[in-house]
Write a protein that binds this ligand. Sequence first.
Ligand SMILES: Cc1cc2nc3c(=O)[nH]c(=O)nc-3n(C[C@H](O)[C@H](O)[C@H](O)COP(=O)(O)O)c2cc1C
Length: 210
Amino acid sequence: MKFNAADLSSMAQRYRATFVNSLSGYKSANLVGTVDAQGRHNLCIVNSVFHLGAHPPLLGMILRPHTVRRDTLENILLKECYTLNHVNQAIVAQAHQTSARYDAEESEFEKTGLTPQPCDVIPAPYVLESKLKLAMKLVEIKPIEINDTQLVIGQIEQVIVEDNAISEDGFVDLQQLDEVAIVGLDGYYTATQIHRYEYAKPDKPPLIKK
Ligand SMILES: Cc1cc2nc3c(=O)[nH]c(=O)nc-3n(C[C@H](O)[C@H](O)[C@H](O)COP(=O)(O)O)c2cc1C
């Protein structure tokens, strides 16, 4: 099948959202932990976290337009920090449920049964059940004009990960942590490594890492 721009434009709104959301491929599953001015916990799932740089260690994520109440964005603006907690197979259903529009006074932790874990470097909760957690300090928020979304850039202040998942060269094997990937806004997948490859060079064939 072939779809041109006009075909995308004429799709029914829901169908187009589901279709286009699938096109950016497998994405990571993260729970964003924040607190509000009253110290109440907030948690929501995002699939838009991406690597921005290793030194300083930066991650970006895209948050939806601030045209309605957005607890996560408001808490990040207020406290200038948040946690990112990778989702594993055991907590997929609870992680998905955090996307429901709960009231600001309701904690997604209480509603889903996930457990808040204090973080000793920033005022934001980790998710105890997550096997890879990051404490993030807000660095910059860039409004994306074309669709009113916000690019949130954060610097990693702490990493908590099970030791057995880290290879000698620093590679973190997410498969060991039973992590999941997301397609669109509701498709959850497991991922199996095919190979790791040596650094690609123009004069060498692809070499599988030993
Ligand atoms: C699989 C999945 C991925 C999502 N990814 C994002 C995302 O990257 N950015 C975003 O702003 N919302 C994303 N959402 C929607 C939020 O989880 C949802 O709007 C949530 O209610 C926001 O909570 P808040 O009001 O506490 O900020 C996603 C939802 C699902 C189900």
